[in-house]
Design a protein around this ligand. Structure first.
Ligand SMILES: Cc1ncc(COP(=O)(O)O)c(C=O)c1O
Length: 382
């Protein structure tokens, strides 16, 4: 028996939603930014209600239990034994990416990442006075992979940091142990630190795949890694602002904290309240969410098999599909689909021109309607 109803259509228009506020026309259904059109778990909503009812919104401390809950979660999910002091609270992961770029290396050092990639990976190095060096990933026809030869060739004496996204936004990969080990070995050999953005780690859709935190590969790589995590994507609370870094290397942790100190705001008690509830009280919701997302993923993958000139690879994790329109002859795919009534994220912002990213974390009926609009638009132009 299901406890939660992910089929309900909730009107988000007029709620100051970034996703729904972008389009002035009511005829465009947004599938661009990565938040879900589902209500957050009831346990989180209850916890926030209680906090609001108390009525005093003073300065707050993280709940005493919270670090213990995170430590236990890392151990249970990944066999990762972390310590209290390693956890650094952050209001957002983009803050974490920018802080990592500032904390490591000197001005004008190189920061590497692979493309396509979530856009803040491209802006964080520049924001921090570093050079961005991008390495195209390879589409092997079945899935996307890191081109390790190109990666090695792009490394210089100035390369100090690699920004990794795992699971990967936008290509939906869960990197395998061999891939992560190879990456770690290269970084180790060249003295490069890794900032590993693992915000999508609890959204692995394939039952035979498992997320591996980069820092769990071995002690040496743990020493070189800043891990970024949050409950925000998994439990649909990204607007609340609650995340954290895990940094075992004391020196790097100190630099990271120095960078954010006095500039980055503390996590609010709404953030802490929802993070605690998410990690402690919402596993039943999480399990049903994954089942629902898996079905939506299958719907979109099956639908696209019959779309002329358009394709995508299997999504192993996340609720995002990376759609290839290069063989369609469409010059501006984001505008093309927008005209058809579907708002997608233009791949050019990910350094992936010719692609669009579609968020499928919405009620099935909404997804099917948008896919039908896309299919008709593609067929009508033939
Ligand atoms: C890989 C990745 N990192 C970070 C973020 C955003 O993090 P935050 O909203 O906590 O800054 C997203 C949001 O889509 C993401 O996909």
């Amino acid at each position: 028996m299901k406890k939660f109803d992910f089929d309900i259509l909730i009107n988000r228009k007029g709620t100051d939603s970034l996703k729904w506020g972008l389009y002035k026309s009511n005829d465009i259904t947004p599938h661009w930014v990565a938040d879900m059109d589902f209500r957050s778990p009831p346990a989180i909503i209850d916890a926030l209600h209680q906090r609001v009812e108390h009525g005093i919104f003073g300065y707050s401390l993280p709940p005493v239990e919270l670090k213990e809950v995170i430590i236990k979660r890392m151990d249970e999910l990944y066999g990762w034994k972390i310590e209290h002091d390693w956890i650094v609270w952050l209001p957002g992961l983009v803050t974490g990416l920018n802080a990592a770029c500032r904390a490591i290396g000197e001005k004008n050092d190189d920061v590497l990442t692979t493309v396509p990639i979530y856009p803040p990976f491209l802006s964080a190095p520049k924001n921090s006075g570093k050079n961005l060096v991008t390495i195209p990933m390879t589409d092997n026809g079945i899935y996307w992979e890191i081109d390790f030869d190109r990666l090695e060739k792009a490394i210089s004496l100035k390369t100090k940091l690699f920004l990794l996204c795992n699971p990967h936004n936008p290509v939906g990969r869960v990197f395998k142990k061999e891939e992560l080990t190879k990456l770690a070995e290269i970084c180790d050999r060249h003295g490069i630190f890794i900032c590993s953005d693992e915000i999508h780690c609890e959204l692995v859709l394939d039952k035979d795949l498992k997320h591996i935190p980069t820092a769990t590969l071995d002690n040496e790589i743990a020493h070189r890694t800043i891990t970024l995590m949050a409950p925000s994507k998994t439990f649909n609370i990204p607007g609340i602002g609650a995340s954290f870094a895990i940094i075992s290397n004391r020196k790097i942790r100190k630099s990271f904290k120095q960078v954010i100190d006095g500039i980055v705001p503390h996590v609010s008690f709404f953030g802490f309240t929802s993070m605690l509830s998410a990690f402690r009280d919402c596993e039943d919701w999480h399990i049903e969410l994954l089942e629902y997302l898996r079905k939506n993923r299958d719907i979109i993958e099956n639908a696209l098999k019959n779309f002329p000139g358009v394709s995508m690879h299997h999504v192993e994790a996340t609720y995002l599909s990376w759609i290839n329109t290069l063989n369609s002859g469409i010059k501006d795919p984001a505008s093309f689909f927008e005209e058809a009534g579907v708002g997608l994220f233009d791949g050019k912002f990910f350094k992936g021109p010719g692609y669009v990213r579609m968020n499928f974390a919405c009620p099935k009926s909404m997804l099917e309607e948008s896919l039908e609009k896309m299919r008709l638009a593609l067929e009508n132009r033939l």
